[in-house]
Design a protein. Structure first.
Length: 339
């Protein structure tokens, strides 16, 4: 089994945080989004992962430190890492084709701006599985249309009339991903574009036209990381799951607690100093931070940041930030100083 992870986009909806760090590398509950996604997929697949291929953007943006962290991630899962570059933002289908040498055999394709919680078995009768989540407002999503055999026969983007309430979440399984590769090559050769981009859906539709069997796989939780509000919601959900699972240490042994109160669930990283602070619930704090004379809840703070004299709720704060003040619901990017 292989995992193909296109992650070349910068994530404009999560600015200012994605101005200096690619969105898939922004931490949620103590780990970068893409790390959590890949680990969760590997866990639910319940089979060895041979290779994990990452499709990155501009080396100036996705540099050597990013490459090293992704190689380490793949190796930790017993997989061979492969790194590819998408030199132009030409869509999901184009991104997948940038990993052409890795497109063979069974594979999962997963876009790195979402997190899942799921337990599932792959349907052996399916040529492909598209994972979906039941949503209350399907008109806002791409959804699947099913026949009487519960097979996917059409993909419909933001339907104006009801088609189904099963939204596509951006994770796909292909029994032989080379079939998708061949269809996407046709899309590229014929210059079939939607919205100025080459889309994975155009390759999938050609597979369906050839009679390939597509089934749905459902997830228990689908958590978006598209903007500040939903990222904080996802952070809170993940902290709750991790607390229940009990598989990860959520508060580092090196945390220095001086007259402070921690209300779980929280993730608190290495060498954090809490001084006369109340932290939690639903707070993630990265490494080497100092929180003093402050109350912080429902918030995400990255690394090397100092917070004092603050009362924060629903705040998202980047790396190397110095914050001293009475603001409340804030979103501050890296290397900011507010005094």
């Amino acid at each position: 089994m292989k995992i193909i992870v296109p992650m070349a986009g910068r994530g404009s909806r999560l600015r200012p945080h994605s101005l200096t760090v690619p969105k898939p590398l922004i931490p949620v509950a103590g780990q970068p989004i893409v790390h959590r996604l890949v680990k969760d997929i590997a866990k639910v697949l319940k089979q060895p992962i041979e290779e994990i291929a990452f499709v990155l953007g501009d080396p100036a943006w996705f540099g050597d430190d990013v490459v090293d962290s992704l190689k380490e991630l793949a190796t930790s899962l017993g997989a061979r890492p492969s790194i590819y570059r998408q030199d132009q933002p030409l869509g999901t289908g184009h991104a997948i084709m940038c990993a052409k040498p890795s497109l063979s055999g069974p594979a999962v394709v997963a876009y790195a701006d979402t997190l899942i919680r799921a337990e599932f078995d792959l349907d052996p009768s399916a040529d492909s599985v598209i994972w979906t989540k039941k949503v209350a407002n399907p008109e806002a999503y791409g959804v699947v249309k099913l026949n009487t055999n519960e097979e996917i026969i059409e993909l419909v983007e933001k339907p104006e009339t009801f088609v189904s309430d099963q939204a596509v979440i951006g994770i796909y399984y292909f029994k032989d991903v080379e079939v998708l590769k061949d269809k996407l090559q046709e899309v590229l050769d014929e210059n079939v574009m939607n919205g100025g981009e080459y889309q994975i859906n155009d390759g999938i539709k050609r597979m369906m036209a050839d009679g390939r069997v597509f089934k749905t796989g459902t997830v228990d939780e689908w958590m978006d990381c598209g903007n500040k509000t939903v990222t904080l919601e996802t952070n809170a959900k993940m902290l709750g799951f991790l607390k229940t699972d009990g598989e990860e240490q959520m508060i580092a042994n090196s945390v220095k607690n001086n007259n402070s109160n921690i209300i779980e669930p929280c993730y608190i990283g290495e060498n954090v100093v809490l001084d006369n602070a109340t932290v939690g619930p639903n707070v993630s704090i990265g490494n080497n931070c100092v929180i003093s004379d402050s109350s912080v809840k429902n918030s995400l703070i990255q690394n090397h940041t100092s917070i004092k004299n603050a009362n924060l709720d629903n705040a998202m704060i980047g790396n190397h930030v110095v914050y001293d003040g009475g603001f409340k619901a804030i979103s501050i990017g890296d290397y900011s100083i507010l005094e």
